[in-house]
Design a protein around this ligand. Structure first.
Ligand SMILES: Nc1nc2c(ncn2[C@@H]2O[C@H](COP(=O)(O)OP(=O)(O)OP(=O)(O)O)[C@@H](O)[C@H]2O)c(=O)[nH]1
Ligand SMILES: [Mg+2]
Length: 246
């Protein structure tokens, strides 16, 4: 429950929807500890097989699945890759990704708004990790809950679509704080939208000064070479043991 203001002073509990600025206490600490324990097990498993694990996050509809399809078309002849994709319902995204010819597995969360490491761990044995160089997790579309759950990934990549507005990094800071790369997606729509790539980059880097940024469009292919180069470099580094985190 929301019990403290941003100044740390106790405030009266209310059954009404909160108005104004109210800071909520995190009551999920133990849940997250259990999640992090399993995330470390996943990290060790990935290190053993030198498989690069990328957690792809964004709001709903920012272009994650389309990017998975595009990435598979570009890289599947160079790298062995696979995707696990989380959604509240339906197998639609996995079906779309499989059409590109790579393995894709749907995790249906049945209403849960994020993936947890236990869910990833349960399906890992369905992948032949010894023969997978690059494994993606397409997280549930949502900039809030997925930010708190470590899935054992090497890198977290967050898409922010031009259609969402450029104010999101400061409003949903945890996602940008915990990401390594921000992809500004749907750049083909920039001429039609009041969205500033400079402003979103500035805000995101004020949240996380180490954040890398690439502007992409899965429609025009802008930035797709840079994205694929980024991935290939990380895969090579993982094979050389440079980013083994255990
Ligand atoms: N203009 C434009 N549209 C895009 C681009 N990438 C994806 N889309 C469209 O955006 C919509 C959502 O794309 P998805 O790839 O399904 O988005 P998602 O992030 O996987 O969505 P969820 O899994 O539901 O969160 C679709 O209609 C895509 O065709 C892009 O680069 N430019
Ligand atoms: Mg999707």
């Amino acid at each position: 429950m929301c019990e403290k203001s941003t100044t740390g002073q106790a405030v009266e509990k209310s059954t009404k929807a909160p108005r104004g600025t109210v800071a909520c206490e995190n009551t999920n600490i133990n849940l997250l500890k259990a999640n992090d324990y399993v995330a470390d097990v996943i990290r060790k498993e990935m290190a053993k097989h030198q498989t690069l694990l990328i957690n792809v996050t964004s709001s709903a509809g920012s272009g994650k699945t389309t990017l998975m399809q595009k990435t598979a078309e570009r890289l599947k002849d160079k790298l062995n890759m696979a995707v696990m994709v989380g959604d509240l319902e339906t197998e639609r995204d996995a079906v779309r990704i499989r059409e590109t010819g790579i393995q894709a597995l749907q995790i249906v969360t049945g209403g849960i708004c994020h993936l947890e490491s236990q869910m990833i761990h349960q399906v890992l044995d369905q992948f032949d990790l010894a023969n997978i160089d690059l494994l993606f997790i397409e997280n549930v579309g949502n900039l809030v809950c997925p930010a708190s759950f470590d899935l054992g990934e090497d890198y977290r990549v967050t898409l922010i679509a031009t259609t969402e507005g450029d104010d999101k990094p400061k409003k949903y800071p945890r996602m940008f704080l915990t990401s390594d790369l921000m992809l500004v997606s749907k750049s083909d729509l920039l001429p039609h939208l009041p969205f500033s790539v400079d402003a979103v980059t500035k805000d995101a880097r004020e949240v996380n000064h180490e954040l890398e940024v690439i502007q992409i469009s899965s429609l025009t292919d802008e930035g797709i070479d840079a994205w694929c180069d980024w991935l290939v470099k990380k895969v090579v580094a993982k094979k050389e043991g440079k980013n083994v985190l255990v």
